[in-house]
Structures are given as C-alpha cells and as structure tokens.
Write a protein that binds this ligand. Sequence first.
Ligand SMILES: C[S@@+](CC[C@H](N)C(=O)[O-])C[C@H]1O[C@@H](n2cnc3c(N)ncnc32)[C@H](O)[C@@H]1O
Length: 222
Amino acid sequence: MSRSLKYEIPGIDPRVAFDEWAEKGWASVFGTAAHGDRPKRVLEIGFGRGEFLLAMAASAPEVEFVGIEVSYKRTLKMARKVARAGFSNVRLVEARAEEAIQHLAGPGTLDQIWINFSDPWPKRRQGHRRVIQRNFVGDAAVALASNGHFYVATDDVPYAHQMNEVFSAEPRLENAYAPWPFLPEVPGRGQTGYEEQWRAAGRPMHFFSHRSRGAGNGTTNE
Ligand SMILES: C[S@@+](CC[C@H](N)C(=O)[O-])C[C@H]1O[C@@H](n2cnc3c(N)ncnc32)[C@H](O)[C@@H]1O
C-alpha cells in the first residue's frame, strides 16, 4: 500500500506559482529592496529530494535561494521540509527548467545556478529531453550576473561529453576548471541524494563549473 501524501505545510509555504513569480519578479517575491546592494541569488534546478538546497540554505541565511522542480510531488515534499526547518530564505517553484530560466530571473541577476545529476535520458530518441542543451545554457548565461557561476554535475559519461560540447560552444561562459573540462572531485562540495547512490554504485563523477564573462548580460540589478 502506498503512503498518502500529506498536503498541509507545517509553517509558511515557500512555494510560489510560476505565473505569480513571472509577474512580480524576484525582489518582490522575497520582499527585498530592488535598489542598492541586493542579496546574493542562487537557483537550484531539479532539486529532487532537496538535500543539497537545504544544506546551502542552512549555511547561508543571508542568501536568497530558489529551487525549481518539474515534479509536483517533490516540490510539495520539499515545501514541507523548508517550512519545518523555518527557512525564510528559500522559495520553490514547480516549473520546467527551460521556462524557469527565461522567466524567473532577469538578465544578469543570478549569482549561482546549480544543476545536479540531471536526468541523462540515455536512449537516443530521448536525447532532446536533456536539460543541458545549447539554448538552455545560452539562457542561463544571460541570466547570470557578471562573475556568476553555473555548476553542473553528472555521473553519466555520454551526458558529460554533451555538456562539455555545449559549454565549450557558449561564448558568454568560461570554464573555471580549465584546462580540464570537469573535475572528478571537488573538495568541500556537499553531496546530493542521487550522488550518494551513484557513488555507492561506483559511477564516475563529473563536476563542471563555468563563470560568466559578464559581456552582454545586461544590468546586475533587477
Ligand atoms: C536524477 S534527479 C536528481 C535530483 C537531485 N538534483 C540530486 O542530485 O539528488 C533529477 C531531478 O530533476 C527533475 N527534473 C527533470 N527534468 C526537469 C526539468 N526539465 N525541469 C526541472 N526539473 C527537472 C526531476 O524531477 C528530478 O527531481
């Protein structure tokens, strides 16, 4: 028998509807000033069970974190965890990465984007479903503030090759790990839920880090 979902949120619900967010904008959703020094902004896409986002939010209460997830169930479960922890610096949006990156952050307004162990869709006919594609990475590069970082991790070798090709072709980003395309280990980096599973299964790790060159990204204040 499957366990039923608990819908009530034990505290303030951190979820924001996509349309509401797109209309209000980041500063208004968080209730922070749209002028002067804005808080650092971090986006995690496909947070899954949320371990990584929760750890980041706990360690940096002054930073504004937004988690994007396509799964309703995962967003709901994460909303319960965020509310239970009492984090006021986290918002969650149930959305597809591809739409979120275009509509939830203005040009040059994100300090970090994280995508950990994004589904590799190994069958050739499913390849178009992978999140890391040329247009998506281009949109992410536009959303990054000058010197902002885009971090991606995967255990899948063919997907890692595709990531390398896509990142290498994006002129607005530079490889922070050059001359290596990725690192197999990053000291001090927290682990995600899937990462624990893949490490236990002996799968190889690929950690990418790309920095915005800052050219043509527009303003850094929303
Ligand atoms: C393999 S899991 C990894 C979860 C987590 N990042 C981790 O490392 O433990 C991939 C997650 O990305 C979400 N996802 C897949 N495609 C997505 C998309 N286009 N936009 C947003 N989330 C997506 C899935 O629902 C799933 O939770």
